[in-house]
Each structure stands twice: as structure tokens, then as C-alpha cells.
Design a protein around this ligand. Structure first.
Ligand code: SF4
Ligand code: SF4
Length: 263
């Protein structure tokens, strides 16, 4: 009944399955935990509790404390909390926000092809699909430089806007099909965040089509190539973002940071 109304036979069967999963876990004598768990800096935490709401596996609780208590055994290492934290109190040591920003800058600066596109690919689906496209010799435009992220939910607003501010003509955020997200909610968070950023870009006079959210499964190499191809065509028609537009992105970024921190 924990999942929803069901008859007695199904309830008994599902309860038995749950019990056997627990028994297997207890019998092993070990719990394998995620190596990449968030770091926390209480000096900058503003106790907004957003991380508690965001964390789908319920690894973050407050338990009447001022600061979040992270259950490292329950954490799946998706990084969604670090992306959502408005003060930077949470970070993901295996892919810190600083590392993401540096990787983003390098992806723009080292891309000799125009229009230049930065692709953020989740490691469970989109990145594997891109890899498969490569090994299967499926052609897609060289305009995109891919950065692997644990989950698209790890991507924070600052990173995406930095890509534009550094000179990217387009940004592609590509992950699993939303309903198949390895972390259940990460792709949904990423979709919602890209929708919000697109609106902010439009508000700043920048065409929102420069920010693409795509979904593929790990086996969909063809679809990956097709989506990249379509996106490159769109950005090519829009032309270079240009210096003037880059200035607008920088201003949008400052306003976004102020809004998030209440400053
Ligand atoms: S989201 Fe960040 S600032 Fe808010 S309570 Fe969690 S750690 Fe603190
Ligand atoms: S949001 Fe993800 S990374 Fe953060 S505590 Fe929860 S499971 Fe771990």
C-alpha cells in the first residue's frame, strides 16, 4: 500500500519483495555507498531548506537542526542539491561548480568551429549515446563540445549562462528521457531550469532557441546525432551570439545571482 491502492494479493507480493530486498542487504553485511557525495559549508548556508525539497532519495533532512543533515548511505550523488543551493553551501567534490565553470570556459575557447556549442551530457544516457554515435560512425556536426555530468540536474544556472557569456552560440543540455532519469527527478529539474533560463534569455533580447534541452536513451545514438544536427542548424541560422549579446548574458547572470541570493 506504500505505492498506492492495490488488492491483497498484490500487497502481499510487493511486501514480500521489499522484505527480500532488505534481507539481501542485511545478509551482505555491507552497504555500498556512493563515492561522490556532496560537501557542505555551514558558513554560507542560509537554512532555506531547498536542498531537502530537491533531494528525491530523501538523503537530506533537517531533523530540527539549523543545517541540513546528509545521510551519506542514502545519497545517490546526482548533484541536484548542489545545483539548487542558492548560496553555494553544497557542492559535489567529483564535479565542483568551479570545475564545471572551468570546463565550460575551456569548451568554448578550444572550439575552433562556429557556431560553437557546449553540450552537457548526463553520464547515464546522453553521453553513452554520443559515445555510441562515435563508435558506430554516425555523423553529427563537430560544432558541439561535450562535457559529461552525473545528471543534467547537476547543472546550475550560472554554468549555463557562463557558457553564453564566454562566447558559446548555443548550449545543449541532454539527458535521459525525463521519465527514465537514473535519479528519478534530475532530468525534470534540468528541463524546468532550462525553461526558466530560456525565458530569462528572451527577456534580455537573446533568442531562447539557443538553449536546447534534449532527451535520449543510452541506445539512441541515431536520435542523439539527429537532435544535435537539428540544433546546430537552428543556431547556424540564428548566427553568432556576438559581443553585444554576450554583454547582455553577463548582465542576466548578475541579475540571476542577485535574485537567487536575495541581494
Ligand atoms: S539549499 Fe543550500 S543554503 Fe539552503 S539549506 Fe540547503 S545547503 Fe543551506
Ligand atoms: S540531491 Fe543528490 S547529491 Fe544531493 S544529497 Fe540528494 S541524492 Fe545526494
Amino acid at each position: 500500500m506504500a505505492q498506492g491502492p492495490k488488492d491483497i494479493a498484490d500487497s502481499v507480493a510487493h511486501a514480500g519483495l521489499a522484505a527480500s530486498k532488505v534481507k539481501t542487504l542485511l545478509a551482505s553485511g555491507n552497504v555500498i555507498t556512493e563515492a561522490c557525495v556532496p560537501s557542505f559549508n555551514e558558513d554560507v548556508c542560509i537554512s532555506c531548506r531547498l536542498c531537502e525539497v530537491i533531494c528525491t532519495p530523501n538523503a537530506i533532512k533537517f531533523d530540527n537542526e539549523k543545517y541540513p543533515q546528509i545521510n551519506l548511505a542514502a545519497c545517490r550523488g546526482c548533484g541536484a542539491c548542489a545545483a539548487a543551493c542558492p548560496s553555494g553551501a553544497l557542492d559535489l567534490p567529483c564535479l565542483t561548480t568551479e570545475q564545471l565553470l572551468e570546463a565550460t570556459k575551456a569548451a568554448v575557447l578550444n572550439n575552433p568551429v562556429r557556431p560553437a556549442i557546449v553540450g552537457y551530457l548526463c553520464r547515464w544516457c546522453a553521453y553513452i549515446a554520443a559515445d555510441r554515435a562515435g563508435t558506430s560512425r554516425i555523423r553529427y556536426p563537430p560544432n558541439i563540445i561535450n562535457i559529461q555530468v552525473p545528471c543534467t540536474g547537476r547543472l546550475n544556472t550560472e554554468t549555463i549562462l557562463t557558457a553564453f557569456a564566454e562566447g558559446a552560440d548555443g548550449v545543449a543540455v541532454m539527458g535521459c528521457h525525463v521519465q527514465d532519469c537514473h535519479y528519478r527527478s534530475g532530468a525534470r529539474y534540468a528541463k524546468s531550469r532550462t525553461d526558466t533560463i530560456r525565458e530569462a534569455l528572451e527577456g534580455a533580447g537573446i533568442d531562447g532557441r539557443r538553449l536546447f534541452f534534449g532527451s535520449v536513451s543510452a541506445s539512441e545514438a541515431d536520435q542523439f546525432a539527429e537532435q544535435v544536427n537539428d540544433f546546430v542548424n537552428v543556431v547556424t541560422k540564428l548566427g553568432p551570439l556576438g559581443r553585444e549579446m554576450m554583454g547582455k548574458v553577463t548582465r542576466t547572470q548578475s541579475a540571476d545571482a542577485e535574485e537567487m541570493t536575495g541581494g
